[in-house]
Write a protein that binds this ligand. Structure first.
Ligand code: URA
Length: 187
């Protein structure tokens, strides 16, 4: 992975951030792309989005030991503004270039549950017509796993425009993970 030149993102990122978790994990969570902190740490979801994710896993009574966390794209994409590195969305070429890595992770892990966090992960694996807002809140039947779920990206919860909208977005995100937890208990 560290020698991957499948797209140009490797040129500016610190390192590739591969997935992390047990090889026997029953649940795979798939985000978009590593952020600033993940790029520096070399681990997925260690920043603010990761904290919210941990909270949601707790609400669903899903132990971290049962979870493998990864991203649709493995190199940080950003625009430099002064000292700050501002996250950019990966484009469809970058998503397609990284897809073999993601597919290999899923093939090796063969999880019972896949949770797609946001449109990038969902559209990478289920096609560009997939709409997270329409498909969240219920179990999906896909070739990815026995049970697939889609929800919004945790960063979108944190970026909600005001306190009230943030509170609602957080509640909905937690409810999505409670549903995942209900299915996890059935395994
Ligand atoms: N957002 C993501 O999609 N992935 C991470 O690893 C961190 C933030």
């Amino acid at each position: 992975m560290q020698t991957c030149h499948g797209c140009t993102l490797y040129k500016h990122a610190t390192q590739a951030v591969f997935g992390e978790g047990s090889a026997h994990a029953k649940i795979v969570l798939i985000g978009e792309v590593p952020g600033d902190q993940e790029d520096l740490a070399g681990k997925p979801f260690v920043g603010p989005s990761g904290q919210l994710l941990d909270e949601a896993l707790g609400a669903g009574a899903i132990p971290r030991t049962e979870v493998y966390v990864t991203n649709a794209v493995k190199h940080f994409k950003f625009t430099q503004r002064g000292k700050r590195r501002i996250h950019d969305k990966p484009d469809r070429y970058e998503i397609a270039a990284c897809k073999p890595w993601l597919e290999s992770e899923l093939e090796l892990l063969d999880p019972a549950i896949v949770v797609l966090l946001g449109a990038t992960a969902a559209q990478s694996l289920l096609g560009s017509a997939f709409r997270v807002t329409k498909e969240r809140g219920h179990v999906l039947d896909t070739p990815l796993a026995k049970w697939t779920f889609a929800t919004v990206h945790p960063a979108s919860v944190l970026r909600a425009p005001d306190d009230e909208m943030r509170r609602i977005a957080r509640e909905e995100f937690i409810a999505d993970f409670e549903l995942v937890g209900d299915y996890f208990k059935k395994l």
